[in-house]
Design a binder for this molecule. Structure first.
Ligand code: 4AD
Ligand code: MG
Length: 443
């Protein structure tokens, strides 16, 4: 009848409301004459009490976790402090479990709660089931909120969203990590970054951004490298390097503010990352050359085990030790041209270094990479040459320097790395729906 409402489990209920709900058994606890079921539907959890004759039925006695149910009953308040979420529980007077809604039960792996020791690979093969766990689904729910927040934060600044192609014939971040494939008899690649395309939008669209997949054939297994990741990228026109840094700081803080304003999402973040606090502004700024001195002073060696020297790459391990010790966001700036991408413009005050920035976060390291771009034609041609790039395929990128150039810059933020930091996850693999990394392409 119309007194029965179909509702989601997070809807607020008042005492005495009759409801009909659908969900899956997240947990169940059987006592002598009564059973307690925690029902889950992706929006919330509800405690269901099944008692009396109903608790003695075959379906109740054999009830297993993950089984789907339809339940009718009455909402009742429970004393504050009781185990029921939201201090209310549903007293069932009828439930229905069609035969094919039943789950086999008994397998802890499916809910991702009790298997710290289980094999990583086995868990990842079962990702379609482990996604039902509270942490796995919690990260995905935070991820949804973070993506919406980026869209909103960019909209507030009047950035326009565009959607560049994933199938390309140009590299952005070096040939070593390109995924190459046959494109109707020609060579093509999966895009490493949408940056070059974003740059072509500036003249007619103003500041632009995109949230797209980027692909890298990373031939090593680390906890922060994926073969396919979600890249939040933006490009800003007629700016200075300082403008770029303040913008990155703003966008990251605004996104966090928006995300934390949602109580459901904030609660999930606090559960996974109890110490989380909004970062203080301004972020610490540190030049690459100062970082090298810092690493030497703290006896943190380079990849060959020798003391760091100007020109060295700051590798993942060193970077992470640095962020863990400093323990706050760092803008690492002014990297030497040799260790950075071909398109980065030189710093006007020191030709050895570029106007480049990495944003480093405790626990993860580099989350954002950005720079000002070469806006001069001759300089760009020289950079292609230095990098061994054939300029032909880049004619459209080069043309931007012929048809009304401008001082501009931008950045890319790895969404999974941002989430690994925000949700305190050990690896970016736990921050995407179905992770892709060396040798893994399923499910
Ligand atoms: O530092 P990267 O390589 O910079 C670029 O691609 C620029 N073209 C972006 C731009 O200026 N528009 O990558 C940017 C960020 C990194 O800081 C990191 O967070 C993420 O993308 N990233 C990865 N995340 C997961 N797995 C990988 N293999 C990643 N490679 C980069
Ligand atoms: Mg980088």
């Amino acid at each position: 009848g119309d007194h029965i409402k179909l509702r989601k489990l997070d809807d607020s209920e008042s005492k005495g409301t009759r409801v009909r709900v659908f969900g899956r058994v997240h947990r169940e606890r059987k006592q002598k004459d009564v059973m307690f079921v925690t029902l889950r539907d992706g929006y919330g959890f509800m405690q269901v009490v099944i008692s009396g004759q109903l608790a003695k039925t075959y379906d109740a006695v054999t009830l297993t976790r993950e089984t789907s149910m339809e339940i009718l009953g009455e909402m009742r308040e429970v004393p504050a402090g009781a185990r029921a979420p939201l201090n209310r529980e549903l007293h069932a007077d009828f439930f229905k479990i069609p035969k094919h809604w039943k789950a086999p039960g008994g397998d802890d792996a499916i809910t991702n709660r009790v298997q710290a020791d289980a094999e990583q690979a086995m868990l990842l093969d079962q990702r379609h089931l482990t996604l039902r766990g509270e942490v796995a689904s919690g990260v995905m729910i935070v991820r949804d909120a973070v993506e919406w927040a980026f869209n909103q934060a960019y909209k507030e600044l009047r950035f326009r969203k565009v959607s560049p192609p994933a199938l390309v014939q140009t590299q952005v971040e070096g040939g070593a990590t390109l995924f190459k494939f046959d494109y109707y008899g020609e060579d093509a690649f999966l895009t490493q970054s949408s940056q070059l395309y974003l740059e072509t939008c500036l003249p007619s669209m103003g500041h632009v951004y995109c949230i797209e997949k980027s692909f890298r054939a990373e031939k090593s297994l680390t906890r922060r490298h994926l073969s396919e990741f979600t890249h939040v990228e933006a490009e800003l026109d007629f700016i200075t390097f300082d403008d770029l840094l303040s913008h990155i700081e703003h966008i990251m803080c605004r996104v966090l503010e928006l995300v934390m304003a949602d109580p459901v999402v904030a609660e999930k973040i606090k559960t996974m990352n109890p110490e989380f606090q909004l970062p203080e502004r301004p972020f610490m700024r540190m030049k690459y050359s100062e970082a090298i001195d810092w690493l030497v002073k703290h006896d943190i060696p380079n990849e060959e085990g020798k003391p760091h020297a100007f020109g060295d790459d700051i590798a993942e391990a060193a970077e992470r030790r640095m962020t863990d010790i400093i323990n706050r966001p760092i803008f690492l700036t002014h990297f030497p041209a040799e260790i950075k991408s071909f398109y980065m413009s030189k710093a006007p005050e020191d030709a050895r270094v570029t106007e480049s920035v990495d944003c480093l976060m405790p626990g993860v390291g580099e989350i954002v990479g950005g720079s000002m771009r070469m806006d001069d034609y001759e300089e760009l041609m020289a950079a292609y040459k230095r990098e061994g790039i054939d300029p032909e395929a880049y004619y459209w990128y080069t043309d931007q320097r012929k048809y009304g150039s401008s001082p501009h810059g931008g950045y890319g933020l790895g969404l999974e790395r941002f989430l690994a930091w925000l949700c305190k996850q050990h690896t970016v693999r736990d921050c995407c729906l179905y992770p892709r990394y060396m040798h893994r392409c399923k499910p």
